[in-house]
Design a protein around this ligand. Structure first.
Ligand code: ADP
Length: 309
């Protein structure tokens, strides 16, 4: 469950544009965007069956995104079209290094409510994942109960908070942490969640709240904490061209192994592999859409014999 947006990647902007200057771009690429949809796409592209629940506008942008998801075989019967005049969300991605780098216009996603969520369909899966928690405005009060219901029905569950610019974590994070099996976050999110500046201290604090904490560390790889024990995996050296979607691809790789009940080390290694694959192409899904390239990359970096294809 999560958001489905289009990404507009803007070009022709000087990287060191002063804060006060208006931003004029000379061109853009439009592609499937948003954390949840990128995760769903890349997980399905690797061969795991995925059903996606979201809310979009009744517009061409939403249909374009759905076509991309349909291409890789995702069940889209949980994607609701808004009838209130809201449009599909858009994220502007600018080649800047400051806080203007990513601008999200969430659109219809803010309106997704519990009436849009088919609990029985979700419960027919083996695993439940939710991401981008701050975008679930209307759904927020119901999020803990959705997680509880998934647990009751025997699913394993995971949450990727993603960034929360308002730093409120939709008001439900603490409660969800007491229910979910897995929490994915990157180092910046971890620091915000813990309210501590020190990464190690933040990791120890959050790890004590969830059965399994997975922290993504960019080119340095990732680590997992379970039962007070930490496991690290080093980053894979690649020619990184675009970080967009790395974290979502990591989650996809991890879950691809997790639902097959692979050992934690294999889940971590495969997440790391998928995250590295993602950054080698521009946009969050391009490296996964190209099946020959994807398979060649995954096979070339296959170090762990326990990994399940
Ligand atoms: P997010 O996209 O959520 O900020 P990260 O930037 O930490 O997350 O990236 C997620 C994962 O993708 C990392 O844990 C790592 O496995 C992989 N990754 C990201 N950037 C690189 C890189 N430059 N080289 C190799 N792997 C990378």
């Amino acid at each position: 469950v999560g958001e489905l947006n289009a990404d507009l990647i803007l070009y022709g902007i000087p990287r060191d544009l002063p804060e006060e200057r208006e931003i004029l771009a000379s061109g853009f690429t439009m592609t499937l965007g948003s954390s949840s949809a990128i995760l769903a796409h890349n997980l399905s592209a690797m061969g795991t069956r995925v059903s996606f629940t979201s809310r979009i506008g009744p517009d061409a942008l939403g249909e374009m995104c759905c076509r991309r998801l349909h291409e890789v075989g995702i069940d889209l019967s949980g994607v609701v079209r808004s009838t209130t005049g809201s449009s599909t969300g858009v994220t502007l991605i600018l080649p800047l290094t400051d806080t203007r780098r990513i601008l999200t216009y969430p659109g219809a996603m803010f309106e997704m409510g519990i009436e849009d969520v088919d609990i029985d369909r979700l419960a027919s899966a083996r695993h439940f994942h939710m991401s981008s928690i701050f975008l679930h405005r209307k759904l927020t009060p119901d999020i803990p109960e959705i997680f509880r219901e998934m647990k009751r029905r025997g699913l394993s569950t995971s949450l990727d908070t993603n960034d929360d610019p308002e730093n409120k974590w939709a008001g439900v994070l603490e409660e969800v942490l007491t229910i979910t099996d897995l929490l994915f976050c990157n180092e910046e999110e971890l620091i915000k969640i813990a309210g501590k500046d020190d990464v190690e201290a933040a990791m120890a604090q959050v790890a004590a709240k969830v059965p399994l904490l997975i922290v993504k560390r960019g080119s340095r790889g990732a680590c997992a904490w379970r039962n007070g024990k930490r496991i690290d995996v080093d980053g894979i050296r690649v020619n990184a061209v675009d970080p967009v979607g790395a974290g979502d691809s990591f989650d996809a790789g991890f879950l691809h192994q997790w639902v097959r009940q692979a050992p934690l080390e294999s889940c971590l290694a495969y997440g790391n592999l998928a995250g590295a694959l993602s950054v080698t192409r521009s946009g969050g899904t391009e490296a996964f859409r190209d099946a020959a390239y994807r398979e060649q990359f995954l096979a070339a970096h296959w170090r762990d014999k326990a990994l399940i294809p």
